[in-house]
Design a protein. Structure first.
Length: 234
């Protein structure tokens, strides 16, 4: 619903629009200009980017009064936040061994997915890095089937965990991967959602020319093969 007024205004300049008037898919229109779009904000994605702020504040400012309220259970949002952040381990007391990106910037399920699948969820939610490293207690959390794959990944994980050094008295910290100052911003979170997108040849050059806007818009339509030529109408 959020994109309909925008879409109607772009294509007809009015409050409503029919499907036949929309020359380019709205998902393409909402891409950044350098990726072949018009740079119009995708409200759904931007809303998700804003929601990440609450997870960020939950990490960097645990003294907020609402901190004990349930966090988002959306799997996509949780995965996005994990990809956006990296934990710098200090004393290891506030970082979860099995769930946070605390081993060279990666989570255990990225390094050893078979091992991670062998750990009960109840253990994964409470095991801190500090308690896990003490006497190698993290090993006792692995209770699933001891397959060859689990064993091989366990050996790799063991070597990486050995290199993790705790710093007593230094609190754990979280950094934001997608900004220069390593702090959350809605712009960086929104832009990261387009990582991996391909850019049509010449998409960026169209908007760098000094041609009138309507001429640039015409070439943008041509770039996406959406000009209503006589040949296409036939």
């Amino acid at each position: 619903m959020g994109g309909r007024p925008h879409r109607s205004f772009i294509w007809t300049g009015s409050a409503t629009v029919s499907a036949g008037m929309c020359h380019v898919a709205w998902e393409v229109v909402c891409r950044p200009k350098e990726l072949g779009g018009l740079g119009i904000i995708d409200l759904r994605r931007f809303g998700q980017a804003l929601r990440l702020r609450w997870d960020w504040v939950r990490k960097v400012d645990p003294n907020r009064t609402w901190i004990d309220l349930p966090s988002s259970s959306d799997k996509a949002m949780c995965a996005l936040f994990r990809a956006a952040t990296m934990t710098v381990v200090g004393d290891g007391s506030s970082t979860l061994f099995w769930q946070h990106s605390c081993i060279h910037g990666c989570c255990v399920d990225q390094i050893a997915p078979a091992v991670f699948a062998s750990v009960p969820r109840a253990k994964a939610r409470i095991r801190s890095v500090a308690s896990g490293l003490a006497d190698h207690a993290w090993v006792s959390d692995i209770t699933g089937a001891q397959t060859v794959q689990v064993f091989l990944q366990y050996l790799d994980l063991w070597e990486l965990v050995r290199s993790v050094q705790l710093m007593p008295g230094v609190p754990d910290s979280v950094i934001w991967r997608w900004s220069a100052d390593h702090k959350y911003s809605a712009a960086s979170a929104y832009g990261a959602m387009f990582i991996g997108s391909t850019s049509p040849f010449g998409a960026k050059l169209i908007w760098e020319t000094r041609a009138p806007p309507k001429v640039r818009f015409f070439f943008w339509l041509a770039l996406h093969r959406c000009c209503w030529t006589t040949n296409r109408r036939m």
